[in-house]
Every structure is written in C-alpha cells, then in structure tokens.
Design a protein around this ligand. Sequence first.
Ligand code: ATP
Ligand code: ATP
Ligand code: MG
Ligand code: MG
Lengths: 224, 224
Amino acid sequence: MIQLRRVSKSYTAFAHASVVLRDVTLDIPTGQFVAIMGPSGSGKSTLLNLIGCLDTPDSGTYELFGQHVDQMSEDQLSMIRLRRIGFVFQSFNLIPRYTALHNVELPMIYARVDPAARTRRAQRALELVGLSQKLAHKPSQLSGGQQQRIAIARALVNDPAIIVADEPTGSLDSTTGHEIMHLFRRMHAAGKTIVMVTHEADIAAYAQRILYVKDGRVSEGVLR
Amino acid sequence: MIQLRRVSKSYTAFAHASVVLRDVTLDIPTGQFVAIMGPSGSGKSTLLNLIGCLDTPDSGTYELFGQHVDQMSEDQLSMIRLRRIGFVFQSFNLIPRYTALHNVELPMIYARVDPAARTRRAQRALELVGLSQKLAHKPSQLSGGQQQRIAIARALVNDPAIIVADEPTGSLDSTTGHEIMHLFRRMHAAGKTIVMVTHEADIAAYAQRILYVKDGRVSEGVLR
Ligand SMILES: Nc1ncnc2c1ncn2[C@@H]1O[C@H](COP(=O)(O)OP(=O)(O)OP(=O)(O)O)[C@@H](O)[C@H]1O
Ligand SMILES: Nc1ncnc2c1ncn2[C@@H]1O[C@H](COP(=O)(O)OP(=O)(O)OP(=O)(O)O)[C@@H](O)[C@H]1O
Ligand SMILES: [Mg+2]
Ligand SMILES: [Mg+2]
C-alpha cells in the first residue's frame, strides 16, 4: 500500500542544503501497524509528512494505494488526505477559536457529511478518547493531554484507511496512553494501516513492526 | 521555600464552576527535586502555573521565598518570574518569528543583561541542550524535540533558583530525554529547586520525591 522508493528530502532554508531523509526505500503493506522510533531531529516527522501526503519528496517516488502520489497536484493530494488518511500532528494543530466538538467535525464538514451524521460521529469519536464532558471547551480550556486526544479523535472521524500519528501519547499519562493504544489496536483490527512515531518502548510494543530513523536513514527493528 | 496552604482553583468558563485543585497543602523545601505525576486533566499544569506564579489561587495562601505571593501585584509577580523562576511550558511557547538564539535571549533582554553576556549565555544554554547547530533556525524550522529543548534552554538563562518544568521530555527520544535529566541533575546539584511534571516513570526516577495529582488533590509517592 505504501511504497517509498529512494526518497530524499532536504531543507534549503540556509546557505547550505541540509539533507533530512536520504535515499529511503520502504514498503508498508496494507493493514500493518508500524511504530517509528529514533533520535530527536532524525527525520521522523519529515517521513510521516511524506507518507501522509502533507509534503512531497525532492527525489524518488511514492506509490500510495497503487497511485504515484509524488506526481499529483495539490488538489488531488488534499482529496487523499481528507478521505483516506487521518493525521495526528506532533503539535496537535487544533483551531483555537473552535470548540472541541467543532474541531473534530471539521474534516467531516470538508468531506460534505450531513450535519446530523457529523455531530453524531464527532460525539462518538470524543467518547472513544474519554472527552464527552469537554465538547464545548476550546483548546485553551483544555489540558495538554486533552488537546492531544481531540487531535486523535479528529483523525478518526472520516474513517480513514491509514492513520498517521506523530507521538500520539507524548502528552498523556501512562494509563490514558495505554487506553489510546487499545483504541489504535481496535482500529487496526478493523483493517486500518497505522504508522505511528513514538519515543516510548512500551507504546511501540503495540505495533507489529518497528522502524528506526537515524541520520535520515530508515532501518528495520523487530517484525512480529 | 514553596509553601501552599489550602490552595483551591476553579475555572468558571461554563455555567457551573469546575473545581480543578481542591484544598491543596504542600511544602517543597529549598533545593528539592520533585516529580509530579497523575492522569491527563487532573490539575498538574494548573498546579505548576500556581507554583511558578503564572496564576493565583482562588483561595488559600502561597508563600514563596518567605513572601506571600498570593497577595502580590502582577508587577511584583513578573519580577519574581523573570529573575527567580525558569518555566518550561508543556507546549513550549516559543516566539515563531524569532530564531532559536533570540528566543533563548529574551528573558535576559527583559532582565537587562548586557548584549555580550547575553549572547554568550544563550549560546552556552543551547550547547547544554545539544542545539549549537540550530541557533539561526526559527521554531518552524525545528523538530518537536528541538523546540522543546529551546524552551528548556530559555528557562535556564537567568540562572533561576527554581526550575518549573511541565513534561520537559514529552517530545524527546529516550536518549535525549536522559541527557536532559542529567542536565537537570547538575542544576539540582548546583542548588536549584526543581518541580517537574512527567508521565514517564524512568524520568520521574531522577527526582528525590514523587507527588501524585488526582481529582485536584495531591498525595505523596516515595521520598528518597
Ligand atoms: N480555562 C479553562 N476553563 C475551563 N476548564 C479548564 C481551563 N483550563 C483547564 N481546564 C480544565 O482543568 C483541568 C485540569 O487541567 P490541567 O491542564 O491542569 O491538567 P493536567 O493534569 O496538566 O493534564 P495533562 O496531563 O493532560 O497535561 C482539565 O480537566 C481541563 O479541562
Ligand atoms: N523548515 C526547515 N528548515 C530547515 N531545517 C528543518 C526544517 N524543518 C525541519 N528541519 C530540520 O530537519 C531535521 C528533521 O526534523 P524532523 O521534524 O523530521 O525530526 P524528528 O525526528 O521528528 O524529531 P523529533 O523527535 O524531535 O520530533 C531537524 O534537524 C530539523 O532541524
Ligand atoms: Mg518530530
Ligand atoms: Mg498538563
């Protein structure tokens, strides 16, 4: 399903280009649950952004669902992102002026889901992450871990084929983190592909496969 | 040094007031390294904001350095925050338009440190968190864990008596997290008081004392 071939990515913000991902070749079969670990600054978020079609490679190819996404227009990519990928950002990216409920409804508004179904699905997603009591709160009225769970709920509402999650338990206490991992396992059992960055070994243990990113290269950990 | 007596805090954003901290009485002696754990939404950041003088109790008293800070003006509190407390925020609170170096210099600009000493101390702090190569980067050009480390560096530059850190390793890989804890241990050995929220047991293990927050109440863990 996810096929990266010799993908490279650099940033050229400064006088010299700095290479972040070097010649990455990676296959993630449909329905696999993968954890990605590695040092701070090694390229994990950059890799996730490529996989989630939020960014495009400088060189190499990316086939997703059998299509060459590296050659697609921004409009085509945004349709794929909206309907087929659910992204949990490392810094959440919630809209400050909207309530928790409205933040979770946003992807469904863009996908033209009717209002009644939208509210029902948003409420259900917030219930799954333990935040039914916080529907009317804005992000500034929520704790860090509550904001993170809003971001997770939002990623699930369009029932995406792939969940791409960047440190989804980074702001959660241990117990809540494991509850979220049980939710991810249920999503996985329902057929979803999950690609998750984490720095915690006992969170990575929920996945079937572990990849390590270091100096822009990807290597295999343990396949179970 | 830190004496909270019967401190309560509620939020009244909605029709009913919701109590977040209830009747908290807590002493943290000068020079102690305390870790605070507890469920998401239990009141840890709210407690840290009170301790760090970023917020005031609704009832009860707070004596810090022998003074009743609960009765101080905002000007007096801001002087204490600037010179005597270094705060690492759960969501970093970096200034997007400033470089890493300038973000770290900001507290020293407010404290009227001369420019040469300022730049030297900012560079030193960034070196201590492993980011000497990123001085000219803006936050959007940095990874999540690099942003977190800028926030840590910034908290150290006015050589505060107290470090208040809200999940300081939440976005860091294991190795870098332990490096930051070794830095905190050195700060502690130099006489600083450290109050740190964390959800990871092996990070809490660096502290001398563990407190648990649950439903707005604080209880003792293990004192070593
Ligand atoms: N401005 C506000 N208005 C209403 N409720 C608020 C406000 N800010 C925070 N809260 C609520 O106060 C409670 C405690 O928040 P706090 O940020 O202290 O929790 P926390 O223990 O730090 O959680 P986490 O581990 O998720 O960071 C939460 O239930 C939150 O929803
Ligand atoms: N816009 C940019 N311009 C220049 N360099 C950048 C830019 N964005 C990211 N970088 C650099 O690219 C490298 C990889 O960043 P990335 O966010 O992928 O790391 P990461 O593995 O997710 O780190 P973390 O674990 O800290 O979140 C970092 O060294 C970062 O400084
Ligand atoms: Mg990252
Ligand atoms: Mg918090």
